[in-house]
Design a protein around this ligand. Structure first.
Ligand SMILES: [Zn+2]
Length: 256
């Protein structure tokens, strides 16, 4: 009797464990994010990428300098399923600011006014992208009280093993891979290999860019061809578009 029971328990345990492993929490996919205040360009891009059923995260700075038209466009982007995230009230480098003036001053001048402005304008604020990608573990810890997810940036290496531009399930901070055309590491085939790696290994890639343009004329620009090629790959390979704060649901309870 006891033996039969323990054998049964053993099989139950094994089948539960197996089931857990074979059911991933999420589909492989991508978070595409855009930084700064190129609201008109983001709006136009969103219209153009609708055919891929995409969604993106737009990380806005200088929010109180936007005109009513731009504010309306941000709200429209949000209502269509995109996320509007914070990118600093005045785009200050958090690492430098905190080391010179302290954390309390940083929160008072860069985070709180941004939160108030989002609220005043009817925008939901769940995530934050560090200007210049400049974080520290100490600032991360303070900002976890304000945001569901944080994004820093990463100087990309061509070697996938060293590349950390994937969501990791034990951190509310993700590292984005820059896809602006002016970046030294820019290589569309490489970006597709990263997406392919994500597809095969059930990972979520985090990408960031700035101003979407038809034709690149300077730095901080990404061309439509890059975004479109990525969106096409995601759609054709049955991968998922995520917003930054959607990653929060996949974190374990002790991290949330
Ligand atoms: Zn920026």
């Amino acid at each position: 009797m006891h033996k039969a029971l323990s054998i049964l328990t053993f099989f139950l345990l094994v089948s539960c464990t197996t089931e857990k492993k074979s059911t991933p929490l999420y589909k492989p996919g991508v978070v595409i994010s855009f930084d700064d205040d190129y609201v008109q360009e983001w709006h136009d891009l969103d219209v153009a990428m609708q055919k891929y059923n995409w969604k993106a995260t737009f990380c806005v700075c200088y929010i109180d300098s936007l005109n009513p038209k731009q504010m309306g466009q941000l709200k429209k982007l949000q209502s269509k399923g995109n996320e509007i995230a914070g990118h600093g009230y005045k785009h200050k480098n958090a690492r430098n600011y905190v080391s010179k003036k302290g954390l309390a001053s940083y929160l008072k001048n860069e985070i709180i006014p941004m939160e108030m402005s989002f609220k005043k304008n009817g925008l939901i604020l769940n995530s934050f992208a560090y200007p210049f990608g400049a974080n520290t573990p100490g600032i991360d810890k303070a900002l976890y009280k304000h945001f569901k997810m944080l994004r820093r940036t990463h100087s990309a290496s061509k070697r996938l093993k060293e590349n950390s531009c994937f969501f990791v399930e034990n951190s509310k901070t993700v590292t984005g891979l820059g896809i602006d055309n002016s970046y030294q590491h820019y290589d569309l085939d490489y970006f597709l290999r990263v997406l392919n790696f994500a597809k095969k290994n059930n990972r979520i890639v985090v990408l960031y860019a700035h101003k979407p343009v038809q034709k690149v004329t300077g730095t901080y620009q990404v061309d439509y061809k890059t975004i479109e090629t990525i969106c096409k790959y995601v759609k054709e390979n049955n991968m998922q578009f995520y917003t930054l704060s959607e990653l929060h649901q996949f974190l374990p309870v002790n991290i949330k």
